[in-house]
Design a protein around this ligand. Structure first.
Ligand code: 16G
Ligand code: ZN
Length: 489
């Protein structure tokens, strides 16, 4: 075990799989091809392998496994992934046999693996390496695998796009002055899809696409992460006052909205998503008696949590960072809304809205919403259409949406430490359990500020510790984040 711990630090299956410079990933890809094949044999279902590094720079790449229902694989299989990725070549066969034995996998079972990739230049050869891994275990089976998804699994299907478009067309028409939406495609997959959608939705929504991939680099000076971290609009987008704008990330599973006011001040509407579909759903579910909850992470602004609990009066749950954790928690409710402050998220409908219900109108409206939402893991384009639908139905401008509550000023910092794994957390990452004394130090710093909250957690995608602080003023939030960083260091 000690040895395993040691190697796992080299390359661990993190928050969203493996992610690093693309030059270091060939062997990891091959092995994920092997593992996906085993997982498929075990589950007797199709497994997805996604080659992407989301919002990371173009030089990076990554890989994650997508389980049978479109979810992340279980912790045990993440453990196998880490083990396989770090095994020396000569130990590979033994490591594979170990998984086969432990999971009692029948190698005679046919496997089906879907490989998808994003638009990075390295994705072509890296996805081929995944396929090589699949072929190594499954050379006899013809046609069991598919490559060529240029988009995420979700988007690959043309029918899916048509379903989104036709559901959106059911939304009552909005006034002409509210039809324009500026979209930053981050020079990635989202741009391709928006381009396709633009023509189908001309009458209902005037999409203007920027950073469409024709010249700029993926995620460079654009995209959801850039906008959120820099707190400013992406390159190439000229926003007029009050105009709705949004940015997706490199693999189009995150979206953030923003606008500029008449004084030229930039307003980011991060974290508003979870309040947003939510405002819409209770109306639609009137009389349907469904249990609705919103799942957030520790990064959710304190004001949004308060708004949901006190004004919207819904159940709010907090989980660890990472779509897989939120998704899991959301599944416990009839309707589970989950959004991370960074823009990942979706809405899950666990109970069939049509069953045993005579209030047809409400059920029908709900069904329409269901069609507009991609429930697998959430994707930027369907989230964008959902937001557009809700704003239209509620007759809200982006400014009015912004005004539903006021964010507490906050600050996020990254701290580089020798070994980030020494930081252990509990209570959905809101408190630390190690190293000794750190939580006490954070508590005493928080107590010096008003309306303050702060937490630290090791990143699952970068070699850093993340620090979050919020307080009643920006100065106070900045100071607290800085003080906590020093305590971590
Ligand atoms: C990944 C996760 C995202 C999470 C982020 C945290 C997926 C699809 N994406 O991008 O949910 O918010 O990592 O990154 O699971 P961090 O651990 O570096 O803070
Ligand atoms: Zn992403």
């Amino acid at each position: 075990m000690a040895q395993f711990e040691e190697v796992s630090q080299k390359s661990a299956y993190g928050t969203a799989g493996f992610r690093t410079n693309s030059k270091q990933l060939d062997h990891v890809m091959f092995r994920m091809g092997l593992l996906a094949t085993l997982r498929s044999k075990k589950t007797k279902a199709t497994i997805g392998v996604m080659v992407t590094a989301s919002h990371n720079p173009e030089e990076d790449n990554g890989v994650k496994l997508v389980d049978t229902m479109g979810e992340m694989v279980t912790p045990a299989w993440e453990g196998y992934a880490t083990q396989l990725a770090n095994t020396e070549q000569e130990g590979l066969l033994t490591a594979l046999k170990d998984v086969i034995d432990r999971e009692a996998i029948s190698m005679a079972q046919e496997a089906s693996v879907f490989v998808s990739k994003d638009t990075r230049p390295s994705s072509e050869s890296l996805s081929q390496a995944v396929l090589d891994g699949v072929h190594a275990l499954e050379s006899h089976s013809k046609g069991a695998l598919t490559l060529g998804f240029n988009y995420t699994l979700i988007f690959d299907c043309w029918f899916e796009l048509q379903k989104l478009v036709s559901s959106y067309k059911q939304v009552p028409n909005r006034t002409d002055d509210q039809k324009a939406l500026l979209v930053d495609g981050a020079n990635g997959i989202g741009a391709l899809k928006v381009c396709e959608m633009e023509t189908y939705l001309k009458k209902e929504l005037q999409l203007s696409l920027f950073n469409d991939g024709s010249s700029g680099k993926l995620n460079h000076l654009c995209g959801a992460d850039y906008v959120k971290v820099q707190q400013k609009g992406p390159i190439g987008v000229e926003m007029s006052a009050g105009e709705r704008c949004c940015s997706c990330d490199g693999d189009a599973d995150r979206i953030v909205y923003y606008y500029c006011d008449s004084a030229g001040r930039f307003h980011l509407l991060d974290g508003r998503q979870d309040c947003h579909p939510h405002q819409h759903i209770p109306q639609r579910t009137a009389g349907l008696d469904l249990q609705i909850a919103v799942v957030q992470t520790a990064y959710a602004n304190g004001s949004s949590t308060r708004y949901l609990e006190d004004t919207m009066k819904v159940i709010v749950r907090c989980t660890e960072t990472g779509v897989k954790h939120l998704h899991h928690a959301a599944q416990e409710f009839d309707i589970g809304v989950y959004f991370e402050a960074n823009g990942h998220g979706t809405v899950l409908f666990t109970r069939d809205s049509n069953t045993n219900d005579k209030r047809e109108n409400a059920a029908l409206l709900l069904q329409n919403t269901v069609n507009l939402i991609n429930q697998t893991v959430g994707d930027a384009i369907s989230d964008m259409l959902l937001i557009e639908a809700v704003l239209t139905i509620r007759g809200m401008t982006v400014k009015q949406w912004d005004a539903i509550y006021t964010d507490l000023p906050n600050r996020q910092l990254k701290v580089k430490v020798a070994d980030r794994s020494v930081i252990g957390t509990t209570n959905a990452e809101r408190r630390t359990v190690s190293p000794a004394g750190l939580q006490e130090a954070i508590d005493s710093l928080v107590n010096k500020h008003r309306q303050a909250r702060s937490f630290v957690r090791p990143s699952g995608t970068e070699d850093v510790v993340r620090v979050y602080a919020e307080a009643d003023t920006q100065e106070s939030a900045d100071a607290l984040a800085h003080e906590v960083s020093l305590a971590v260091y």
